[in-house]
Write a protein that binds this ligand. Structure first.
Ligand code: HEM
Length: 963
């Protein structure tokens, strides 16, 4: 009706404007019924205004723009800030346009600041003027949100790069069947030798990690030993050994090895058994699988946990397939620690430089998001133990495990020399099998799902996902501490990265979907807030739909939480981090309304190696302290990061969680620059030494990042510049104008022998940032591309329409109101006031982001999730419509009921047999339709699994620490 009305159809041929008007949220609802001519005329005026506004925005000069505006629009201040209401005869329906003018002269609509998503950057620069709008029925302050999303940057603002599609080098190599079989024999023999050698290292030589040392915590950050992971690593290792054997036998050059063998498949050979298994998919299944498989129906492994990181460019290994890169002049590259101390500065107590815009929450969201989408897989001994690469006196050992690439520390190291320490542990990430099952260079495995799907809350594999669920009313497990809901305790000691020695009573670490949950306050707090958010939603959904069982409530709440993660990331985080132009360039703007129909099934959403091992490692933002701020805004206490690593117990006392969150919201974050806090530079996972006056010593995350980049074969800074269409750097002086700090080129030139050697992560951190956002062009190029893939390559992207699982328009309208501020209001213990942009410090001068009462922060209404007796969603706004998802849920309820009947006579043995088939398959679909035995199965499986985990993780680590 509205869409086809003859009076207005011409007014909104522009798709964005079309949508702007249809789905302005509740407090700006524009509901036009047929035969309401008066309102349509008003409406047409409004559309015409937009049309004029669009013409007006074409001006490239602010003065011309202003003149045009003054001529065409009523320049009365009252009008600028008015809220126009047009009421129906029955007085119920309200048309509110809230037209206003932005500070730089654009036409806009008055919205709450947190919801002005698609023009977020504009608000930052152009909405000094505030206006009034309605939130939760209250008349509150809003900002003038520009209507025109089709903002064309002028040439000064335009981003300076263009990501090119590289033509990948190819080499053609012929291999006979006999040559292949001979190489297999050789690879088998190599692997047997490797395993024997490894036994020697871990047994006789005792080269295994010592519990409670910084190196131990670092390796345990990658999670407990997991059978599946170990198996996958072994498969990848086999393929690499086979590639190596072929290279030796055929006398291939590094280039031939890299570019020739990668196209040769192992299918149809005896090594086919080591290929990743392709799962069967059901396209109609309405929920994401836990492990991310089957998101892309034609490529079910894309984005799945335990599959390879994707690459934009082929890797740079010195032997073509595996060994760490060397200089282009054939000599070793500068040692990572030399770069860390020579190029980057360390900030101690007072000398950090803080951002004047972003708070610690900005950094914290980045890390939380990182834990949703990326985690490498560390090499372990085949019995699961961590590997020790430096000997026990922190010297380089006489013999090295093949996966060791220790970071050597110079004798005159400004920090470690005090402790007479010459070696920091570094274990290579494991070799991962290729999705394609081809031979070729070393790939690494992402152990978590690539999608923004809140997997750090729900887990990335079948087993962990069951461990976090309570299986009652769709809830996740909780633990009550001081009468507050908390994350469950890690009673099975799964989180080996837990710094509590004497674990009993409440003195324990917590357990969550992601293994890094205990790392520090900020991450634990966000994990807890989202766990509570899940349970809050589950409670409401159950109230609305009494027919839903545990499984449906769990899945529906999980679906909403995933959508919230996506919305907050693209609405609040990315525009701040990347700026308007990059957002626009990669199409990362969210739609103000309507469904998005841009899913691209040919786009691989997997995490790019260049992103996870370099461009998204924003550790420069990390600050030294967590401030605990009480309700009167006083800093009650501050904790040094290095003292609270892997120990969440400081958050357990009553009120501490709120204090920590207030601190995170109020404290500015460190700037994105070459200065790193000593807490991650020298004191990462620090422990007290027994010698040296009990001083604390830890690892250096800067050198770890550099070494990790080389471990993953990440191409150099210049190579990535070329990929991004940026000018190649020919000499060090050319870097001068590109770096934030002009002296950095000299620092780089003193350390690297050639510009073509510079590590991507190193120069990416030093680049002059673009006009908006925090990153320089090269990091922006990779990060933007990654988030494009995560949006358009995700079949379950929350805005996607016309799919079985799509949210209805009414549901989407509600989801678009979600902000991180609201999540905090709803799920903290007693925080009642907050700034609407939770990642931006409270701004007093512009009164753009003032601290408000929680009642002024928009909240989502779950009514559109109610399915009435006829199976209809009760939609708000434009009238309820039944979407394919609600039909799917109906079908499932029916199926559950009929299955219940069928299962009544079935014997338990048979049941168990059919289900255990899926133990490691994570096939939610099959489990889903057996409600009666589901709980039984989970109980059994859970119990069995607990025992299994116990066996795996109770590996005896030597405790004779030198610390
Ligand atoms: C609060 C402080 C933080 C600490 C203590 C921390 C610590 C670590 C550690 C120990 C690693 C493993 C390094 C390795 O062995 O390769 C890591 C990896 C990583 N970190 Fe952080 N981090 C912090 C914050 C952040 C932030 C703010 C971001 C981004 C916005 C970030 C992004 C990443 C990424 C992308 C990885 C790679 C994960 C993987 O694929 O394995 N981290 N971090």
């Amino acid at each position: 009706m509205f869409y086809n009305h003859p009076n207005i159809v011409n007014a909104y041929h522009h798709p964005i404007h079309d949508q702007t008007l249809i789905s302005i949220p509740e407090y700006h609802q524009i509901i036009i019924e047929e035969n309401e001519d008066v309102k349509l005329i008003e409406k047409r005026d409004f559309f015409n205004g937009i049309q004029r506004n669009r013409d007006f925005n074409r001006f490239d000069n602010d003065n011309n723009r202003r003149q045009f505006f003054d001529k065409n629009f009523d320049n009365d201040d009252d009008d600028d800030e008015r809220i126009n209401r047009f009421e129906n005869n029955d007085g119920k329906k309200i048309i509110t346009t809230g037209q206003c003018r932005t500070n730089d002269g654009f036409m806009g609509v008055c919205w709450p600041i947190g919801l002005c998503h698609y023009q977020y950057g504009n608000v930052r620069y152009s909405s000094k003027q505030s206006c009034r709008t309605l939130v939760n029925g209250k008349n509150v302050q809003g900002v003038c949100c520009p209507l025109d999303v089709d903002y064309t940057p002028n040439s000064r603002d335009r981003i300076p790069y263009r990501l090119t599609k590289p033509r990948l080098p190819r080499e053609s190599i012929r291999i006979t069947r006999n040559e292949f079989l001979r190489a297999i024999q050789q690879a088998d023999a190599d692997i047997t030798r490797y395993l024997v050698l490894e036994e020697k290292f871990t047994g006789e030589l005792g080269q295994v990690q010592i519990a409670f040392t910084p190196a131990f915590f670092l390796q345990m950050m990658f999670g407990p030993a997991d059978q599946n992971q170990q198996l996958t690593n072994l498969w990848g290792f086999r393929a690499l050994q086979l590639t190596r054997a072929l290279g030796e036998n055929l006398n291939l050059s590094p280039k031939q090895l890299r570019d020739g063998l990668s196209s040769i498949s192992m299918y149809g050979t005896p090594y086919e058994q080591y290929c990743l298994k392709i799962p069967d998919c059901d396209e109609r299944y309405p929920y994401r699988t836990i492990d991310g498989s089957c998101n892309n129906i034609r490529n079910p492994l894309w984005g799945k946990s335990l599959t390879q990181f994707e690459r934009l460019l082929p890797p740079e290994y010195s032997d073509g397939i595996s060994e760490l890169r060397i200089s282009i002049n054939g000599r070793p590259l500068p040692p990572p620690r030399a770069i860390s101390t020579g190029v980057f500065e360390t900030s101690g107590q007072n000398d950090a430089r803080f951002s004047d815009r972003w708070n610690v929450m900005f950094m914290q969201w980045g890390q939380f998001l990182d834990h949703d989408i990326t985690l490498g897989s560390s090499t372990r001994a085949s019995n699961g133990q961590g590997l020790l690469c430096c000997n026990r006196t922190n010297e380089q050992g006489p013999l090295l495990h093949p996966a060791c690439r220790p970071i050597y520390l110079p004798v005159d190291d400004p920090y470690y020399s005090r402790f007479n320490r010459h070696c920091n542990n570094f274990v290579r990430n494991a070799v991962g099998p290729k999705n394609s099952c081809n031979l070729g260079y070393r790939e690494q495995t992402n152990t978590v799902t690539s999608f923004i799907d809140a997997s750090m809350i729900y887990g990335n594999d079948f087993n962990r996902s069951r461990l976090v669920r309570s299986f009652r009313n769709g809830h996740l497990k909780i633990r009550k501490i001081n009468n507050n809901e908390w994350l469950p305790f890690d009673t099975m000691n799964n989180s080996l990265a837990c710094a509590i020695r004497n674990r009993q009573g409440n003195n324990r670490c917590v357990f969550a979907g992601d293994v890094r949950v205990n790392q520090q306050f900020g991450i634990t707090s966000l994990q807890l807030l989202f766990l509570r958010e899940h349970n809050r939603l589950a409670k409401q959904l159950a109230k609305l739909n009494s027919a839903w069982d545990d499984e449906i409530i769990y899945q529906e709440a999980r679906k909403i939480v995933s959508a919230e993660m996506q919305h907050i990331t693209y609405n609040e985080f990315l525009p701040e981090a990347l700026g308007r132009n990059v957002i626009r360039h990669y199409g990362l703007s969210l739609q103000p309304n309507g469904h998005c129909l841009a899913y691209d099934r040919d786009l691989n959403p997997s995490i790019l190696n260049e992103f996870g091992a370099a461009a998204f490692r924003w550790h420069t933002l990390v600050q030294k302290y967590y401030h605990m701020i009480n309700g009167n805004n006083h800093i009650q206490q501050r904790y040094e990061m290095n003292r609270i690593f892997n120990n969440p117990t400081f958050l357990y006392p009553n009120g501490s969680l709120d204090q920590a969150i207030r601190g995170i919201l109020k404290q500015p974050t460190e700037r994105f620059d070459r200065i790193f806090t000593e807490d991650i530079k020298n004191l990462l996972f620090a422990q007290q030494t027994r010698t040296n006056n009990n001083q604390r010593v830890g690892m250096d995350l800067i050198s770890i990042n550099i070494q990790r980049g080389r471990d993953h074969g990440i191409p150099t800074y210049n190579q990535i510049r070329q990929l991004c269409g940026l000018q190649l750097i020919r000499n060090f002086q050319q870097l001068r104008s590109l770096l934030r700090n002009q002296d950095d080129w000299q620092r780089l030139s003193q350390i690297y022998s050639h510009v073509d050697d510079i590590d991507f992560w190193v120069a990416g951190n030093l680049e002059q940032p673009l006009q908006e956002g925090i990153l320089g062009p090269t990091f922006s190029c990779i990060v933007g591309e990654q988030f494009r893939r995560l949006k358009y390559g995700d079949r379950y992207w929350y805005e996607n329409g016309q799919m079985q699982h799509s949210f209805t328009i009414e549901q989407l309208t509600e989801l678009r109101k979600i902000t991180l501020a609201r999540i905090i209001c709803d799920n903290s213990d007693r925080i009642h006031r907050i700034q609407p942009l939770a990642m931006v410090t409270i701004s007093k001068q512009l009164s753009l982001n003032p601290e408000l009462d929680c009642s002024s922060i928009p909240r989502i209404d779950l009514k559109p999730w109610k399915i009435n007796v006829n199976g209809r969603n009760r939609g708000g706004g434009g009238g309820g419509g039944r979407n394919s998802n609600s039909k799917a849920i109906d079908r499932k309820i029916q199926r559950n009921q009929s299955n219940r009947q069928k299962n009544q006579n079935r014997r338990f043995n048979g049941q168990l047999r059919t289900i255990t088939k899926y133990d490691y398959n994570d096939d939610d679909r099959k489990i889903f339709i057996r409600p009666k035995f589901r709980q039984q199965f989970y109980n059994n499986h859970h119990y069995h699994h607990q025992q299994q985990q116990q066996q795996q993780t109770n590996i005896p680590y030597p405790f004779n620490s030198i610390f």
